[in-house]
Each structure stands twice: as C-alpha cells, then as structure tokens.
Design a protein around this ligand. Structure first.
Ligand code: PLP
Length: 419
C-alpha cells in the first residue's frame, strides 16, 4: 500500500482535534499501540523484578521484550546492549560519569557546537571534575553543518571520547555519523552519539555506524517519556557501574539503577510495535533492499517502517522549506538545498527580520499552530550564530503524521503573523 497519512493519523488518538502539532522535535504525540502497552502493563503485569509469582513473571517478560525490540530497532547485536532510563540527559549524565572513571587529568574530550546541550554539559562536568580539556568542534554557520576540517583538527589532539549528534534538534542537519565514527576511532576515541533527533526520522544501525554508545528518547518517537542507551557489549561489560550493592552485576541491569519506569518501558515496546506496523503497511517498496542488506523478522519490519516514513518526510521538508522561503524577510538556518534533503530531517528553524521569535510562536500558537522558539537547548548553535540576545529562532518540526495540507495552512498563518 502507498503511504497513507490519514491511516497513520488514526493511530494517534491525540491528533483528533483541530491543533496542528509542529512541536514534535520537543516531543511527539503517542501512538495507540504504545498507550495500549502502558495500560496493559499497569493492569496486568504491574510488579517488581524476579518475584515468584505471575505478575512479576509477566512484568519481566515485557521488560525483556522491550530490550529485545529496542535492540532490533537500533540493530544492536543483543538485548543486553540496551539500557533504559528516564531520558537521554539522565542516561548521559550517568554514562559520562561512568566513563570518567577511566580518564586522567589532561585527557581531551571532543564535543561539537552543533549538539543539544545534553551531549555537551555532561562532558563539561566530567572535564571539570577530572581536570580534562574540552575540544570544541565548530560549525559552518552559513550551511548549518559541522565543520569537518575542525573535527579532524580536534582529533589530531587524540581525545579519549568524541561526543556528537546524529541530527541537530534546531537546524535539522544530519551528521555523517559513520564517517565521523571511523575518524574518531582511528584517532583512538570512544564514540558517544546523541540520536534523539534522528530516531523519529530514519533507520539507525549501530553495527554499521560502529559507535560505542548511542542514546535516544522514546517520547520523540511516538512513545512515552523514557530514554534508551545502546552500548557495545564489551564496552559495557568492562565498565564499572555506579550501582547499589544488592543490584545485579549483569547487563543491562547494572546500569538500570533502582526500580525503572516499567510502564514507560512497556510503552517503548508499543511504540516500536507501531513502527513495525508502519513497515508492514507501507514498506513494500523498501523491503527488498533491506532484505538484501541482511535484515529479517522484526528488524526488517522496523527498518522498512522507518524508510517508508523517511520517504514521506522528504516531501514535508521540500514543502516546508519552500513555504518559509516564500515569505519575505525570513531566513532558514540550515540546509535548504532541495537536492540534499538526505542531509536534514524536516525540522526547519528560521528567523524573520526585525521580529521576535517568541512573538511569532505565540501568535502561531493562538492560531492553533504549535511551534517552538528560542534556543531549544541547542545553546551552542544559537550563541555561535549570534542569535541568543535576539531570542533564537522559530522551529517548525513536522513528523510523518503531519500533512502537506497542515503545512499549507501553517504557511498562510505565518504570512499573516509576519505581516
Ligand atoms: C538532540 C537532543 N538531544 C538530547 C535531548 C534531551 O533529551 P531528553 O529530554 O530525553 O533528556 C533532546 C531533547 O530535546 C534533543 O533534542
């Protein structure tokens, strides 16, 4: 079946109202299979780990399945490589502190100005605590991309850790993560990737990328508020976790401190089941290529689902860029070349000459168009572009459940607001 956005929208009960949700980079609406999983968990399985009774056994089964599904989503080699936690930020603070145990004063850590602060501040704190140096990789301000020459120069200083993003939450730019990982590994660094903004837009393959760690958050890909961290099995095994003594020393539990958000993790499983459904409904055109790449079963369905979504989202990107550019006085910060849509997700941020981004977002909100303004925690980008005092940017973030018609209507509203 060809992609049918109306059928997709039926899977999202909260979309059944007049508002136009373009606030998705800050959190998507939840898919019905995810909601159902949360409900079912709380009604039928609600218990703690490893009890000698039915609800505890069922709870452990659901939690195991969620790890397995997440491993399939990221193409990790085994479920034990998946660690769930509150959100990406908490997981990163936890893992950075764990990795810091092996750092010495004077060691270098690479971070980039294209990143969300959740993949910068945790490393700043490590640098402060351990007497390490931060190596800042710059951005090409005109193109809104990472400065690859600067990345290579930073690697000459042999950082122990290289932390970078998969896609920018502000500009939408997608980094060439496989190439960056290879460069960083050749320089002897461990690679930590923030995939929070790429996960709702495209297929991820941690084995192909070769990264040591990768993090994402399920509330950005149609599930509940929960985070997931992938770590290479050997790396995770050799790390000493911050944990309490009675807690398991096995993976992934040694990093899943305290009692987890079980219903949230069940909801992640439901979100992944939704993405599988997407693959089964609309993925016929992509299935052969992924099968030839060696995928089968749930891994295949997830990859196909994400590819089907990605193909549709290119139409959204094209349309949105055209709409924003057609309004006089606007400037998009980031990739606008329609021949290079592979280098961006559909998140489009812009400024309007002489207008306050907050006012624009506020007036759009009143008209029923939900968008974000400011720096959106991509503080380093906004500072580097000199836009902090001017209030940052307006960010429009469609996902695969938004329609071309919604974007048309958004354009009309923006034109009015700007005038
Ligand atoms: C790119 C990126 N990284 C990290 C985060 C932080 O994610 P969390 O809210 O799960 O901590 C966000 C949140 O917007 C993000 O967009």
């Amino acid at each position: 079946m060809t992609y049918d956005v109306n059928l997709v929208r039926q899977q999202f009960p909260s979309l059944d109202r007049p508002a136009v949700f373009l606030d998705n980079p800050a959190g998507t609406q939840i898919a019905k299979p995810s909601l159902d999983r949360i409900n079912r968990y709380l009604l039928e399985c609600n218990a703690n780990h490893e009890g000698r009774f039915e609800t505890s056994r069922r709870s452990d089964e659901v939690l195991y399945e969620a790890h397995a599904a997440m491993a399939d989503f990221l193409n990790a080699s085994r479920p034990e490589e998946i660690i769930f936690g509150n959100n990406m930020t908490t997981l990163t603070l936890h893992m950075s502190r764990t990795l810091a145990r092996n750092l010495q004063p004077g060691d270098n850590i690479l971070v980039t100005r294209l990143d969300h602060d959740a993949n910068i501040s945790p490393w700043m704190l490590v640098a402060e605590d351990k007497g390490c140096n931060l190596l800042w990789v710059d951005i090409d301000v005109e193109q809104g991309k990472l400065d690859l020459d600067d990345f290579a120069r930073a690697l000459d200083r042999k950082p122990k850790i290289a932390a970078f993003g998969y896609a920018s939450n502000l500009l939408g730019t997608v980094n060439p993560v496989k190439m960056l990982t290879k460069m960083a590994h050749d320089a002897g660094a461990l690679v930590y990737i923030d995939a929070v903004q790429y996960a709702p837009h495209g297929p991820i393959d941690v084995q192909d990328i070769g990264c040591d760690f990768l993090v994402c958050s399920s509330y950005k890909f149609f599930g509940p508020h929960a985070g997931a961290l992938y770590g290479k099995y050997d790396r995770l095994s050799e790390l000493k976790a911050y944990k309490v003594r009675p807690a398991s020393n096995e993976l992934p539990y040694k990093f899943e401190t305290g009692t987890q958000n079980h219903e949230g993790i069940a909801g992640v499983l439901g979100a992944l089941e939704y993405l599988q459904w997407l693959g089964m409904q609309f993925g016929a055109g992509q299935v052969q290529a992924w099968r030839e790449a060696g995928f089968s079963g749930r891994r295949l369905e997830l990859k196909v689902g994400m590819s089907a979504m990605q193909a549709y989202e290119k139409e959204l990107s094209r349309k949105l860029i055209g709409i924003v550019q057609s309004i006089s006085g606007t400037r998009i910060h980031g990739v606008t070349d329609l021949d290079h849509l592979d280098e961006r997700v559909p998140t489009v941020s812009f400024t309007v000459d002489g207008k306050d981004p907050e006012r624009i977002a506020d007036e759009l909100g009143r008209l029923g168009f939900y968008v974000w303004n400011g720096h959106n925690y991509a503080l380093a980008i906004v500072e580097r572009m000199g836009l902090l005092d001017a209030g940052g940017m307006v960010r429009i973030g469609p996902v695969h459940y938004n329609t071309l018609d919604e974007l048309e209507r958004f354009g009309e509203a923006l034109e009015k607001v700007v005038k």
